[in-house]
Write a protein that binds this ligand. Structure first.
Ligand SMILES: Cc1cc2nc3c(=O)[nH]c(=O)nc-3n(C[C@H](O)[C@H](O)[C@H](O)COP(=O)(O)OP(=O)(O)OC[C@H]3O[C@@H](n4cnc5c(N)ncnc54)[C@H](O)[C@@H]3O)c2cc1C
Ligand SMILES: NC(=O)c1ccc[n+]([C@@H]2O[C@H](COP(=O)([O-])OP(=O)(O)OC[C@H]3O[C@@H](n4cnc5c(N)ncnc54)[C@H](O)[C@@H]3O)[C@@H](O)[C@H]2O)c1
Length: 444
């Protein structure tokens, strides 16, 4: 007879594992199903491996900035050794995650989950029943349907390259394109980034994106804007990319970085009336799908927030609460988001573009921080910020930063915004000097 659980979680990534652990801690019987690698995208083929590769890029950039200022000689990225370091981390994720789940007495099955009826799934033929079912199946890289699309590789392939090819091209100027282009260039490749219009990273401040692109261009990345790629052809020496309008580019590796697709198309959702849209599984403000006992969280769900690891965990924690004792609708805090290029581009809250539309409500400060002590010390060529302050309250409500330490600054700014900390409240704190935190008061 099929085994019955309080909750079945589909997907063993950050959303699914947080969900399973939270439910188990509340005394629920839980089964979690994973079709591929336990741990999901973030630690196996996303955030973490990318940031390990970026460590060498950051160190190389820091040394480059200090040439003639106390350092002589720019270090070279040793790709095989860097990749070995990355694999030293990623190779342990699958077993480590699985062992962690089992240590919590969460039941696990490896296989592809498929809905038969509301409350019943098969996993590679085995039937299991759940009172509630949570879908946390994430996203996968989209592949543009152009001629020769079979030659496209993805971020997953890039993050596990044995050797860095001489010429690498990215198609799509979003997070993945910018981040991996930065890594490929620092590792010595000739890098092109093709974008179909003239506004890559379109949700970020246009002036800061321009400044980032100028910096990356100086580092040797070529941006091919307004190019609508139509074809990839294999040649004797590599690949040729063309748009059929005169653009031609020879390359060795082409990565499709034109977005990600929700994993909602292989679950049998049509059998249970769960509806999907362009951005994933449709849910209400309790993360409930069109079927009463089926929920969706993390990257696969169509929620009004970016698709990021901390939000996968946030939604899981909310839904654990919901399944234990039904309560209020989900609300989201301010969400920082950043592009781990070199320098890094980060934003949180109200953007300068939004603020400019309401000049009586907001004041925008555009700051060049390059000469501030923190950046002078590091000799960083770019340190820019835009800060949006609510005129009436004097509180910071939004910020964008472009610098080597923007990822740290944006978290401080998130804290100031979310907790509504005023300048006078901030000045009641003593923080260590000289540090990025001691610069914060200058941002108001
Ligand atoms: C290159 C890259 C870099 C990124 N960098 C960052 C970053 O720096 N910061 C950040 O916050 N976010 C980053 N992200 C996004 C982050 O990885 C995701 O937001 C996060 O992994 C989402 O978690 P999830 O659990 O919803 O989905 P996933 O991590 O994708 O997990 C879903 C799991 O479900 C499994 N699955 C799918 N279908 C089935 C099925 N039918 N049955 C059973 N299992 C199934 C999949 O195999 C997968 O393991 C990055 C993503 C990529 C691709
Ligand atoms: N640092 C981070 O937090 C981080 C890093 C990587 C990924 N992610 C997550 O993964 C998601 C996906 O990232 P992504 O970079 O793959 O997607 P994205 O949606 O951020 O960017 C894709 C880009 O490709 C462009 N594009 C679309 N069609 C194109 C075409 N035909 N030719 C050229 N360009 C085209 C789009 O205009 C867009 O700028 C992100 O939205 C984010 O949620 C986050």
């Amino acid at each position: 007879m099929a085994k019955q659980y309080d909750v079945i979680v589909i997907g063993g990534g950050p959303a699914g594992t947080a969900m399973a652990s939270g439910l188990k801690a509340q005394g629920k019987s839980v089964l979690i199903v994973e079709a591929d690698l336990w741990g999901g995208t973030c630690p196996n083929r996303g955030c973490d491996p990318k940031k390990i590769l970026l460590s060498a890029v950051e160190a190389k950039q820091a040394a480059t900035n200090l040439q003639s200022h106390g350092l002589a000689g720019i270090p070279k990225v040793d790709w095989p050794a860097l990749m070995a370091t990355k694999r030293g981390y990623t190779n342990g994720i699958n077993d480590g995650t699985l062992n962690g789940l089992q240590a919590q007495k969460i039941e696990t099955i490896h296989g592809q989950a498929y809905f038969q009826t509301d409350g019943q799934l098969t996993v590679d033929g085995e039937v299991v029943n759940g009172t509630d079912i949570v879908i946390a199946t994430g996203q996968r890289p989209a592949i543009l349907p152009i001629k020769g699309h079979e030659y496209f590789k993805t971020s997953t392939d890039f993050l596990d390259l044995d050797a860095m090819p001489k010429r690498v091209t990215f198609v799509g100027g979003g997070y993945v394109g910018f981040e991996l282009a930065t890594i490929a260039r620092a590792a010595g490749a000739e890098v092109h980034l093709i974008h179909h219009n003239d506004r890559p990273l379109k949700e970020f401040d246009p002036e800061l994106v321009k400044a980032l692109m100028a910096n990356l261009t100086t580092q040797g990345v070529t941006f091919d804007l307004d190019v609508d790629l139509k074809q990839i052809t294999k040649t004797a020496t590599g690949l040729t990319l063309s748009d059929g309008q005169g653009f031609k580019l020879d390359t060795d590796l082409v990565i499709c970085s034109a977005g990600r697709l929700p994993n909602d198309d292989h679950l049998g959702l049509e059998n249970v009336g769960v509806t999907v849209g362009r951005h994933g599984i449709q849910v209400n403000d309790h993360l409930q799908t069109a079927a009463a006992h089926i929920y969706a969280i993390g990257d696969v769900s169509d929620t009004p927030v970016p698709k990021l690891t901390p939000l996968a965990g946030y939604e899981a924690r909310y839904l654990v609460g919901e399944l234990v004792k039904s309560g209020a609708a989900i609300t989201y805090p301010v969400v920082p988001t950043q592009v781990y290029a070199s320098p890094k581009l980060a934003k949180v809250g109200v953007t300068a573009v939004q603020a400019a539309k309401a000049p009586t409500k907001y004041r925008i400060s555009s700051l060049d921080m390059t000469k501030w002590f923190t950046y002078y010390r590091l000799q960083t060529p770019q340190a820019l910020a835009k800060v949006v302050v609510d005129r009436q309250s004097g509180l910071i409500v939004g910020a964008s930063c472009l610098s080597e330490i923007a990822d740290e600054m944006i978290n401080y700014l998130t804290l100031l915004i979310q907790k509504q900390i005023s300048l006078s409240e901030m000045q009641k704190l003593v923080v260590a000097y000289p540090t990025p935190a001691s610069d914060l008061q200058y941002l108001y």
